[in-house]
Design a protein around this ligand. Sequence first.
Ligand SMILES: NC(=O)c1ccc[n+]([C@@H]2O[C@H](COP(=O)([O-])OP(=O)(O)OC[C@H]3O[C@@H](n4cnc5c(N)ncnc54)[C@H](OP(=O)(O)O)[C@@H]3O)[C@@H](O)[C@H]2O)c1
Length: 270
Amino acid sequence: MMETITLNNGSTMPLIGTGTNTYGKEGNQYRGELNGDFSALSSAIQVGYRLIDTAISYRNEAGVGKTVHDSGVERSEFFLTTKIPVQDEYIGSAESVEQTVLQSLKNLQTDYIDLYLIHHPIEDKGKLKQTWQVLESFVDQGKLKAIGVSNFDIELLETLKSFARIQPAVNQIESNPHTWNDELIDYLFAHNIQPEAWGPLSKVTEDQESALAKIGEKYGKNWGQVLLRYQVQRGVVVIPKSHNAKRQTLNLELFDFTLTTDEMAEIKSL
Ligand SMILES: NC(=O)c1ccc[n+]([C@@H]2O[C@H](COP(=O)([O-])OP(=O)(O)OC[C@H]3O[C@@H](n4cnc5c(N)ncnc54)[C@H](OP(=O)(O)O)[C@@H]3O)[C@@H](O)[C@H]2O)c1
């Protein structure tokens, strides 16, 4: 059973989704040529993923949209996320932001997007405000359900909050044993902004893997499942990505065990 959380706009978001940043690319490489092979995404949908995380900078938004559309699963079952890049080509003017959102809707073959994120910090306050206001107008029109940010620190969130008519629903940030980002995550919880962890299975050392695997023994879970369970159990959404159907399936199996307080504390201190 897939668990969900409720965002500050009232919509429901799955606690686990799939990343897509190497899907549809040669050699499963982030910078690989696009090759139209979205079998890994089809497999993710087939094994049960409904939150799909893409971005304009991944270059695969249209392929992701086609795969979702052709999956046979109803649009309403999906939670689609994409992200606007922060180069001037995309955010240089209100019109360019507008055109970018319209293109995302077209690429994703949908009349609404569940979550639209600003992919990286926009340091220029005027441009940040202008971009956010266009995103707010799309929320007013029902074309974006929730809007949020990615890789924003507390200071920039404070700036955004100071003028936002619609508060950010999500901050998608790195979180893994190398970079937990716990101070930021605490801030997000305190301000009703949902934390979402990218790279949740990345940068794990062999020692950390062994410690996680050991915790998993009594539950019959592997190190990856224990690590993902840690995040969802504390309320952080995770978007692990795999090109392997078996690992895609295992990564979803997080809701039939509960870590003890001591185990949670041990993982936090890894
Ligand atoms: N907002 C941002 O700035 C930002 C930045 C980076 C990423 N993201 C998003 O976050 C998503 C996830 O991050 P990510 O793709 O960088 O890294 P990740 O999900 O932490 O790790 C992916 C790697 O872990 C392997 N893996 C998956 N499940 C495993 C398991 N159970 N056991 C062992 N290895 C496993 C995969 O290999 P196999 O394919 O061989 O399984 C893959 O190489 C991205 O796809 C993207 O959508 C966002």
